[in-house]
Design a protein around this ligand. Structure first.
Ligand code: GLN
Length: 493
């Protein structure tokens, strides 16, 4: 059980807020901060494999630009200007390959920057590189990467979760103070829980998906992660907002998540009603996870919150509905990887038809889980099965949204464990897709309903000694509540 956790003291152990303060006051340069993280990546990422691509020159150039502008007396471009970041390899970038951890996109260079990428650059945040993930964000362990799994810095024989395991491992090991992920069914919150970091799935439509390679379009949402709630809020502020290039983007003011995090840190939750989801607080979960979760709920009580048990009966069907809807959307979205337009092309030697080239390219380029979902989705959408599967799953989705709506009539936020167990061993579930899917059961409902949620560290499980995450959920467009409650909880622990 080798550990590669963030070192005790130094530039790579500080929070993004602390680093920003040091940089903006001129005490350290963004170059020094960026270089310190690049050094740590060079030192230990051979073991962790959290980055698929490191852009040292580009990151240092961005850092130098921040340093020069501060020296010239300009105000920082943002609250995080100069603080480096790890970007999940599913957002397109003009200066680094975007592979989605797939062979089919090996070496693919996009002709434009995603809106999230652009906002990060405009905020003066150097991008250290692109992080490892499950192929096309399908998976819960980062083992579905075509470029090898990422290891959990808490125990390198275990997974950091997925699909955004690269970003979360990088945060936990001090390779980056800020990270960006996507959360279609839990891929930001779940790896955050397994690595003792903070991750937020913002309300659907509030962070642009322009330049985000699509997995399941009715569920996909980019979001921030970091080691503290405040850092996560500061990054949320940078990436959120309306974008005319994303048809699902909502034109609505972003709630003041940073103010909410600062308010929450004062530790007063009097007047707040917290619902404990009955369906996610039951036998069968790892005892150490439930113990940490119950201690967390107790903490919320001490902070003045009123705790109520909430029944959301249809949450039990979320897993089945999600694993129908997602493959259906995947089967359509991934049709574009045909060997003609992007990346890999196999069999283009004059002896094969276009159809054969497409088939050979897809057979060689996609991994087993991606193929499984394309096949499942194609089947579920086929004539005669559509009503029985897809339509039925969409009805369940509506019932889940109604469960949430009923719950939020009684309470301000809901809480649950983020995952049923702490980090599992590499290979433990890799051969058993259903066991892997089952691990997602607590995070899926809010994606299906388009709402927002956070995973915040809730201590180490007494039985495994590994991190436990507490999931906080809030209604649509009330993302600030997550930060208020999350920051209060973090400060109390
Ligand atoms: N683990 C889930 C899946 O495999 C979630 C993935 C995600 O959020 N991108 O679909």
């Amino acid at each position: 059980m080798n550990q590669y956790l963030v070192p005790e003291e130094g530039l790579t152990s500080k929070s993004a807020a602390e680093l920003a303060q040091l940089i903006h006051s001129g005490e350290v340069s963004s170059r020094d901060v960026t270089q310190a993280h690049l050094d740590r990546i060079a030192e230990i990422d051979g073991t962790l494999n959290s980055f698929l691509h490191v852009g040292a020159d580009e990151a240092l150039a961005a850092a130098d630009a921040v340093d020069a502008s501060l020296k010239a007396g300009d105000a920082p471009a943002s609250n995080l200007a100069g603080v480096p970041l790890a970007l999940k390899d599913v957002f397109v970038t003009t200066d680094a390959p975007t592979t989605c951890a797939s062979k089919i996109l090996e070496g693919y260079m996009a002709p434009y920057d995603a809106t999230v990428t652009k906002k990060i650059r405009e905020a003066g945040i150097p991008i250290l590189g692109k992080t490892n993930m499950d192929e096309f964000a399908m998976g819960s362990s980062t083992e579905n990467s075509a470029y090898g799994p990422t290891r959990n810095p808490w125990d390198t024989e275990r997974t950091p979760g997925g699909s955004g395991g690269g970003t979360s491992a990088a945060l936990a090991a001090g390779l980056a103070p800020l990270g960006i992920g996507t959360d279609t069914g839990g891929s930001i919150r779940q790896p955050a829980a397994l690595t003792n970091t903070v991750g937020v799935k913002p309300t659907y439509g509030t962070v642009s998906r322009y330049g985000l390679v699509a997995c399941a379009s009715s569920l996909d949402q980019g979001g921030p992660s970091a080691r503290t709630v405040l850092d996560t809020a500061l990054l949320h502020e940078v990436i959120a907002g309306h974008d005319k290039y994303d048809a699902t983007s909502v034109d609505r003011a972003v709630p003041d998540v940073v103010a909410a995090a600062r308010e929450g840190a004062k530790g007063d939750l009097r007047g707040l009603k917290v619902g404990v989801v009955k369906q996610f607080d039951r036998e069968g979960y790892q005892p150490g996870v439930l113990e940490s979760f119950h201690a967390g709920v107790e903490k919320l009580t001490e902070l003045g919150a009123e705790i109520v048990e909430v029944d959301c009966p249809h949450f039990d069907d979320a897993l089945a509905a999600y694993y129908l809807i997602l493959p259906c959307e995947v089967s359509s979205n991934l049709a574009r990887f045909d060997g003609m337009r992007y990346g890999l092309r196999v069999g283009d030697d004059g002896t094969h038809s276009a159809e054969q080239v497409m088939a050979m390219t897809r057979a060689a380029g996609f991994g087993a889980e991606v193929k499984r979902r394309i096949i499942l989705g194609t089947y579920a959408l086929s004539v005669g099965y559509y009503d029985a599967y897809y339509l039925q799953a969409q009805r369940v989705r509506t019932l889940i949204a109604q469960d949430f709506a009923n719950a939020y009539e009684k309470v301000d936020v809901l809480v649950s464990p983020t995952t049923p167990t702490t980090a599992f061993k590499l290979g433990e579930k890799a051969e058993d897709p259903l066991a892997m899917y089952n691990f997602d059961l607590c995070t899926l409902p809010l994606n299906l309903a388009g709402l927002c949620g956070m995973s915040v560290p809730a201590g180490l499980a007494s039985d495994t000694g590994l991190p436990v995450g507490m999931q906080i959920m809030a209604p649509a467009f009330q993302d600030d509540r997550l930060y208020k409650v999350g920051a209060a909880f973090e400060a109390a622990r």
